[in-house]
Design a binder for this molecule. Structure first.
Ligand SMILES: [Zn+2]
Ligand SMILES: [Zn+2]
Length: 482
């Protein structure tokens, strides 16, 4: 009897659905290489692989680790594991952009994705599970106040240490996390339903009952005798979100702008200039993230608990930071948002935030630069080790090669600015941003500017493009157009 062809599966489901437990037992039973992106990320960090060191550089300067670093870790893992065994991905792909990257990557490796299995647990049940979850401080053993209580209240059965409630397991945080999850995952489920490769498995009931269902699904897959989810099955698990959407409202007339552009497009420079000219705050999500960490705000402390555990900071935390920032008094009349949204689900998040503030997006400006130009610009970037002054090998060379004009410090190239990494960053940028651009174009909000012109000319064209976009009919511009 010949060995069955190895299965390649992605297991998706909300937080608290038990993906980790089931992924481990399924991979043992079906001889699969099993990976969860969170673990993979921590392993890379701890063993100091090149990708782990790259991720750490972002974390050390208090920046969010970009998605493409995780994508690259997944690809590197796929190449490394035994070829004769199948693959089981726990919680990946998270978004449609990642799904496209993922399928192309498997194809390069000569594998095909047999199915996406969705472990379905309704939101109220997830909330009950996580609100009651308690974890041992010392040995990490999980408990549940009602479903699996410790013998002695508040104490671990195994080691006697105190139990705690994770800061991200509160009702508010879980609801936010679920909102982000569904926003990102619903399109993934739709995509795989249309492709005829989605299997829906109920995650309710006992651990054993759920495991039996999953085993039957995998056996069916291996025997090519499994009924994939139909559009009707898919519709049945699409439930309204926990929080009801806002009633229709009249938006206030504000100047709410989003600036889009690839790495090296000059977006940051233009945002600062527009901020001065239009008298609007420039909200760069990287700065916002660092500010929250430094001031140890509630969200900053929450983000830090993830970073301290060696975890990626999840989207709902970033979104909450942006929502808080947009609600501050200085952004009352408008803002220039830079670095958010980066994906189509985040665009939806922004719409929801603005709706809650009774306002809506005025315009989205895209600074267009060709990939070749971006590669040339980024891969020539040099930074002073002492004073951080930026230089460029071609466009802004120092007087003496390798030496800072300002302080005499040594110039170096960031490890994510080398041509290979820049290429990977651009692939992710396009995967993430193209659906975003199409979305905003469809809404009639997109304004495109040619970014391959002198900096002053770009600023001038930006101001002209934005002039007719005020909801009142004209932008009040502080200072004249150059
Ligand atoms: Zn313990
Ligand atoms: Zn210097």
């Amino acid at each position: 009897m010949s060995r069955p062809t190895p299965l390649n599966i992605a297991l998706l489901g909300p937080t608290g659905a038990g993906k980790g437990t089931h992924a481990a037992s399924l991979s043992a039973r079906f001889h699969l290489n099993h990976v969860a992106t969170g673990d993979l990320f921590r392993d890379n960090l701890e063993s100091g692989t090149p990708l782990g060191r790259l991720a750490k550089k972002y974390m050390d300067v208090e920046e969010l680790v970009p998605d493409e670093v995780v994508d690259a870790m997944v690809e590197e893992w796929c190449q490394r594991v035994p070829k004769e065994r199948g693959l089981l991905f726990d919680g990946f792909p998270r978004t449609n952009a990642q799904a496209r990257y993922f399928e192309a990557m498997l194809q390069r490796l000569g594998r095909t994705l047999d199915a996406v299995i969705y472990l379905d647990v309704p939101d109220p049940e997830v909330l009950r599970r996580l609100e009651g979850r308690r974890i041992c401080h010392r040995c990490q053993q999980p408990y549940h106040l009602t479903a699996n209580p410790p013998r002695l209240a508040g104490r671990c059965d195994e080691c006697g240490a105190e139990l705690y409630h994770r800061a991200d397991d509160t009702a508010e945080r879980v609801t936010a996390r679920l909102r982000v999850f569904h926003r990102a995952t619903d399109p993934v489920l739709d995509h795989f339903t249309a492709a005829g490769r989605l299997i829906i498995v109920s995650g309710e009931g006992s651990l054993n009952a759920v495991e039996d269902r999953l085993i039957r699904a995998c056996e069916g897959l291996r025997n090519r005798a499994y009924g994939f989810a139909t559009a009707r099955d898919r519709a049945e698990i699409a439930r309204p979100p926990l929080t009801s959407p806002m009633a229709a409202h009249v938006a206030r007339a504000t100047r709410d702008l989003v600036l889009l552009g690839g790495p090296g497009s000059g977006k940051g420079t233009q945002a600062v200039r527009l901020s001065t000219k239009l008298a609007l705050p420039h909200i760069a999500t990287g700065d916002l993230f660092r500010e929250n960490l430094r001031q140890a705000t509630e969200l900053g402390r929450l983000a830090k608990t993830y970073m301290d555990r060696g975890d990626l900071v999840p989207d709902d935390v970033t979104e909450a930071m942006v929502a808080e920032r947009l609600g501050r008094p200085d952004a009352r009349e408008g803002f220039i948002l830079d670095g958010f949204p980066r994906t189509r689900p985040q665009a939806q998040a922004l719409t929801e935030m603005l709706t809650r503030l009774k306002r809506r997006l005025t315009a989205v400006v895209l600074i267009n630069v060709s990939d070749q130009t971006l590669v040339d610009r980024i891969s020539g970037r040099l930074i002073c080790r002492s004073c951080q002054a930026p230089y460029h090998a071609t466009f802004k060379p120092p007087h003496q090669a390798g030496v800072c004009d300002a302080c005499g410090g040594e110039l170096y190239q960031r490890s994510d600015d080398n041509p290979a990494t820049v290429g990977a960053r651009l692939v992710t940028y396009h995967h993430q941003t193209e659906p975003l651009i199409a979305y905003y174009r469809g809404l009639g909000l997109l304004r495109e500017i040619d970014g391959e012109q002198p900096v002053d000319e770009i600023t001038r064209q930006l101001l002209v493009a934005l002039r007719d976009l005020s909801p009142r009919g004209a932008f009040a511009i502080a200072g004249a157009v150059p």
